[in-house]
Design a protein around this ligand. Structure first.
Ligand SMILES: *Cc1c(COP(=O)(O)O)cnc(C)c1O
Length: 369
């Protein structure tokens, strides 16, 4: 820290992203929940074509992509009564960008944020960034959210409620009815539902937008759409909340989504079937890996995401992560006391997961000797 850093940022502790090993290093990378499957061929072609126009600024409103997303989400909203329109969609440079804007737009020293004690680690960082007090509400012993806790908070005054659904890093869901209860208890607060992993088998809360104009649903192309490297995320909400998010985006960087990324995103939406098939494949792999890890004596939480959260009752998370690393497999671990012995393991290809299970088997039988 230099002597010039303003007081505003002096106490800020930045988010620590999962390790990105240098290109060329031979590892099985199961630590940042990327898709093991490549983008669809049409997506690559679209990005390449867009590259030819990099001398021109992109469309700051992403109108083409918003129209395509509105169409694609119609199906998911079902017969709820919510009919997604481009005006309900906000697009930016990854969903971290959108969460950043949401904290900026909907929380401050007078509007505290509330979220679970075990959830996406970025929420506390955004709270600190904006000088927003926040309360981390403990998940129940079975790692589920008690919606009554949030109703009690919101009864005290306006809050910014943030829930990852499915939750990260546990993979556990609250379900659409749970989210409805949460919204009912927090009618005067903005409720952000971070659906980064929803495509891997969880229930979306999109349909609830028919009833609640205080709901913001956040999605990303990073996981289910194999575009982590392109940086693309979007929010779906009532038009007035979308306008609030646009206010912040246009006050910082209107061109936060580059031409290649918008083109890639547009082609990806058109190739939805390819991506949903990949998600189904990942969900199937998750099911079998969960059983195999349990057979090794590990406790594995029931996940609806593209990762599993697991621990061994007798071997520390640190020892397991280190042992895996020595065998060329990288997984994610967190320092927070309640979860320090857990490993968050991204679901890769079947071959990658076979290697993971084999390595853990060797480590665990070695440990007991
Ligand atoms: C990965 C992730 C994000 C961020 O996604 P990007 O679009 O890559 O910024 C947001 N929320 C959760 C819960 C995530 O796991």
């Amino acid at each position: 820290m230099s002597g010039y850093l303003t007081n505003r940022y002096r106490d800020l502790t930045a988010y620590v992203p999962g390790e990105q090993p240098p290109a060329g290093m031979k590892v099985i990378k199961l630590n940042t929940n990327e898709s093991p499957y490549p983008p669809a061929p049409k997506v690559l072609k679209a990005a390449e074509e867009a590259a030819g126009k990099l001398n021109l600024y992109p469309d700051p409103d992403q109108n083409a992509l918003r129209r395509a997303l509105a169409e694609s989400l119609k199906e998911e909203a079902g017969d709820s009564g919510f009919v997604p329109k481009p005006e309900n969609i906000f697009i930016s440079n990854g969903s971290d960008d959108i969460l950043n804007f949401a904290f900026g737009a909907f929380s401050d020293s007078d509007v505290p944020a509330v979220f679970p004690d075990v959830t996406y680690g970025f929420y506390t960082v955004f709270g600190d960034l904006y000088g927003t007090p926040y309360k981390e509400i403990p998940l129940k012993d079975d790692w589920t959210v008690d919606t009554k806790d949030y109703a009690a908070e919101c009864a005290e005054g306006r809050r910014l409620v943030v829930i990852a659904e499915p939750n990260a890093p546990t993979g556990i869901t609250l379900g659409k009815e749970g989210i409805r209860r949460l919204l009912e208890g927090c009618r005067n607060s903005v409720v952000v539902v971070d659906e980064a992993y929803v495509d891997f088998g969880a229930e979306t809360s999109l349909g609830l937008l028919a009833e609640f104009d205080n709901l913001v649903i956040c999605r990303t192309f990073s996981k289910s759409y194999s575009l982590a490297g392109a940086r693309l995320g979007f929010a779906v909400a009532h038009e007035s909340l979308i306008k609030d998010l646009e206010l912040i985006k246009y006050s910082t960087n209107p061109y936060s989504v580059n031409r290649m990324t918008e083109a890639a995103g547009l082609a990806a939406v058109e190739e939805k079937d390819y991506y949903m098939a990949n998600c189904a494949k990942i969900a199937a792999t998750r099911g079998r890996v969960t059983e195999e890890l349990r057979a090794l004596g590990m406790e594995v939480l029931p996940s609806k995401a593209n990762f599993v959260f697991a621990r061994h009752p007798e071997v520390s998370g640190e020892a397991l992560a280190q042992g895996l690393r020595e065998k060329g497999i990288i997984v994610r671990r967190f320092s927070k006391e309640r979860i320090r012995n857990y490993l968050r393991i991204t679901i890769g290809t079947d071959e990658q997961m076979d290697a993971l299970v084999k390595a853990l088997n060797e480590l665990l039988t070695g440990e007991r000797r």
